[in-house]
Structures are given as C-alpha cells and as structure tokens.
Design a protein around this ligand. Sequence first.
Ligand SMILES: *[C@@H]1O[C@H](CO)[C@@H](O)[C@H](O)[C@H]1NC(C)=O
Ligand SMILES: *[C@@H]1O[C@H](CO)[C@@H](O)[C@H](O)[C@H]1NC(C)=O
Length: 615
Amino acid sequence: MIAFILLTILPVLPVLLYWGNPYFLEDLKCVIREIQIRREFGKILKNFFSLVDCFLDQVKKHPQKTFLVFEDSSYTYSQADRESNKVARALQTHTHLKEGDTVALFLGNEPQFVWVWLGLAKLGCVASLLNTNIRSKSLLHCFSCCEAKVLITGAELRGAVEEVLPALREQGVRVFLLSESCDVEGMESLSDHIQQASDQPLSPQLKANMNFKTPALYIYTSGTTGLPKAAVVIHQKLWRASLIASNVGVHSNDVLYLNMPLYHSAGFMLGLCGAIERGCTVVLRRKFSASNFWNDCRKYNVTVIQYIGETMRYLCNMPKRDNDKDHKVRLAVGNGIRADTWTEFLEQFGNVRICEFYGATESNVAFVNYTGKVGAIGREHFLHKLRNPYALIEYDTETEEPIRDSRGFCIKVPKGETGLLVAKIGVRTPFFGYAKNEQQTERKKLKDVFEKGDVYFNSGDLLRIDNEGFIYFQDRIGDTFRWKGENVATTEVADLLLTVDFVEEANVYGVKVPGYEGRIGMAALTLKENVDFDNKLIYQHVKNYLPSYARPRFIRIQDALPVTGTFKQLKKKLSAEGFNPNVIQDPLFFLEDNEGYVSMSQEIFSSISEGTLRL
Ligand SMILES: *[C@@H]1O[C@H](CO)[C@@H](O)[C@H](O)[C@H]1NC(C)=O
Ligand SMILES: *[C@@H]1O[C@H](CO)[C@@H](O)[C@H](O)[C@H]1NC(C)=O
C-alpha cells in the first residue's frame, strides 16, 4: 500500500514541490520551450541541414520579404540569395576553393559581409571571422591559426592588410579587396568579378560532406592567455547559438536591430543566424551609435535589440527626451547589463523585456534569464542541469587554482556563495577547443573534478547562485579582463610592452572604474637600470600595435613587481589598489586621448570618478 502511494506520488512530487514557487510558470514555460527546441534540433540532427539550407528555405518561403536593411538600402531574402550566389560563383571561377577550405573575412558590418559568408557557406567553405580592430602581428597570427589560403577584406581595412601583405604573400595567400579597382600589387579586386558572375543557384553537392561535427566558422576569442585564439565553431554549435533567438521568443515578424560586430559570436550567431533561423528582418548598422539608436528603432519599426552592458548604459546616459518611450522595441537580448542600468533602462524606455544570457563562443554551457529578475543572467532548473552538468567550485584567488579536498577533488561552493563555473565535457556538451592550439585547448580543461577521469570546461568566470536559483555573474578570473565588450588578454599586452626598450618587466591587469562595466587596462612596469620612462615612445608602441580597448589606460612604475611564491605575478592586489594618486605612491601615468601618457593628477582622478572625463 505504502509502495503504491509512493509510486503514484513520486512522479508528481517535483510538481508539488514547485507549486508554491513564484517562478513556477516561468520555469514551466522555459522547460516547454526547451522541449520544443530539442524537437527542432532532433529534426535537424536526423537529416543534416545547415544554416545556409535554412536560409534557402526562408528564401523559398518568402522571397519578397525584407531580409536586410542597411543605411538607405534594403534587400529581400531573394536578393540576398542572388547576391551570395554571385559571390560564390566569382570565388569559384577565380580561386580553387573547395568544400572544407577556410577563407578569412576581414570586414566591417555591411551587407557584403553577409553575402560573402552566405556565398562561402554555399561552397561548403569555412569562414574565419577576423576582429577588425586587430593589426600587424596579431592580425597575422589570427590569419595563420585557421590555415586560410584566401583573405577577403573591404576598402576601409585595406591599409591594415597592406601592412602585413608581404608576410601574407610569402605564405602564398590570395588577398581580395571588395572594391571595383585595386592598384596594390598582391591584392586583387573582387567586386567586378562578383558583378560579372551569374546569380544562378549553386549545386547542393558542393557542400555534400558537411555534417554536424564539421567546422562552420572560426571565431576569435581572447580565452585566457596570449594572442587571440580561433575557437572552432562546428555546425552543431552554430545551430545551438542561433536557436537562442527562438528560445528567448523572437518571432518571424520581428525586426532585429544588429549593431554588434559581426565578427563576435553574439552578433553573428545569435543576431544574424538567429534572424535567419526565425526568417525575420535584420537592420544592420556599421557600429553602435547611442544618438541614432532610437531614431533607427522608430524609422525601421525595430522590435528586438541586441545589447552589451556598455551600450545599455550609453543609452541611459543620453539626455532624456519626451519620445523616449515612443518605439516598438519589446525585447532586448544580450549580456553584461548592470542591475542599476537595467532598472534605469526600464524606467526611461518603458516596458522592454530584457533577456540576459551567459555563454562564451567556445564554452559548452549557457544560461538565459527567462524570469526577468533584475540583475540575474539566468536561472537554474533541473532539466537544464540534467542535460548540462555544471557546478560552481571553490577557487583560490591567490594561486588562481581550484581548491581540492584531501582526496584531490574539487569542492562545490555552498548556495549563495561565489564559485568558479565549470561544465562537464561530454557527448552532448562537447568542447572543441582552439584551432591549431592544443596547449590552450588543454588549459581550458579541468580534470578529475568530482571523480577520477572526468573532464570539465573551466569557464574562468565566477558566478553566484542564490537560494531561489537565480544565477549572477560576479567576475572574471585569470589572465583576461573585459572592456567595452572586448576581451583583453593581459599576457598579449604585457608581451607588447616588453618590446619597448626601457621596460624591464610588465604586469598587466584590469581595474574597476565607478560607473563602468568590466575593467579598464592598467600596467605595472619596472624599468631597466638608469633609464627614464619615455612616455612618447611607449605611447607610439601602444598606439601602433594594440586596439584601443586593449591599451593600458594607466601605467604604474614600480621598483619591483610583486610575485607569488611560485613566481606568478600578483594581479589581484594591484587591481584592488586601482589608480588613485592619493593612495599610490609610485609614479602614475594616464593615457589621454590623442595625447599620450601624462602624469596622473588628483584632478584627472576626480574627473574620472565624477564621470566628467569619459573613458
Ligand atoms: C512602420 O510601421 C508603420 C505603422 O505600422 C508603417 O506605416 C511604416 O511603413 C513602417 N515602416 C517601415 C520602415 O516598415
Ligand atoms: C528576462 O528578464 C526580463 C526583465 O525585464 C523579463 O521581463 C523577461 O521575461 C526575462 N526573459 C525571459 C526570456 O523571459
């Protein structure tokens, strides 16, 4: 009898337990959405179907629907299809590209970016999306690590490519410029080839060997150390990321405003590919502009926006206007919004559903906030956890290593406390690592976490989960920090500083600035004997070789750099000390826009703290 009661109650027990929970409905909706997505995914799994096939289906479904709006032009699904056929055919005629070959794209946000990528996908080629901020050594490095034989660039980036052209030519790389003419030796113009090409469809046979596990893209990330790494994005991962749009409730009649760089996974996979999966309209912008943002939204009837914490703050910092709530935006998807900005945004711009998600290009775990809890990046629920085993573990801030118990295993943090997010690597949650970088790939793996032989992905992020199951982002550890939506690898910046004649040692870290997301770059240096700090020389170096977001904004000169017992540089203490000249006795310098490094003064410090000097 008792057994019978137990058997009948057991299956409904979770439901009963949940009943009193205020988030029951939201959780249930999320579970249902996930089940729907699983089913979709199942279909895709059975008969491999790539995103470009999905695009072709959308073309068939609604050829005359607007797919892309850019500045004063707009393109229907059918036009986009034909444009990309022309690109594919031009490349077919003028190169020997075949299925599986990689082509690097060094292009800003513009329709051509989309046509070229679609064209490459139709040829079964893999696109490697280069960050348009990188230059010289970094650019060459990024280009080489995906083994591309062709580079396609746009007119405005021509100078950056010319700088590395001799090295590219040495490697036998073909360089194409998207412009009508090109007078640089070693670069070929592609636009006239495209114009002359036929717009007839390409044979699906060209990409017959693609499957779920073959690479679709390379997207660059600053992972943990060193130069940027090319994260391998296989078709399965691309699908998963694209389906986030559907998961957060984007519909086919939505108009998505895309102002994030297409070379990042958020803009490309969630934004562009998410829109293709939904069959909706994309309004593409070269880059984010706070002053044009709402006018654009009104002009194009935008309903969904993508954000990072910084762009939401810029919007909130704009002067208030009477028509701030006059728009059709109903949903904002992104990450990194601070709780205060979140509240402010809702007050100023009205009832917009903000959907914060968490996930890295290469990581095997992601969270989506589906309840609207201000500040949370997501919510734990059993189904997600069942499929994606993850944990928050104790972590030693000094040695930057997980803490292990007497048996050598990691320790889960108690509810409510901050821990390092690790996610189990398995068949359903694979980690594909970085192209041609076995060492960095291995570094992201944590072994023997809870039992002998298990392997986890080390996210490098500190998270907290509260008693109600809401997940909060706390901080990022290790050798990277985030500034203006870009990851900065401290070792890459330090390596560059070490090439400056008078620098003996360099320790690069991020410091918090009141009112900003992430951390801004700062460097502690020691100088070689009997030489002075040459602010002009170091400024030239920094300006020539580092993208603006990675340049150390503050420099601190020390007699010796503090290290741990194992000679690891100490960053935490320096980072906590910040850049207040009243507190720090060492010589301090500040990088003034277009000026170079100047002595840090109390006035500068105050203007930064008060927000009158913008960084
Ligand atoms: C936006 O919507 C309004 C009203 O529904 C419509 O009149 C207008 O043509 C739309 N604009 C665009 C660019 O679609
Ligand atoms: C995420 O948070 C917002 C808070 O504004 C909420 O309205 C929304 O429902 C949440 N997201 C999802 C997918 O439900």
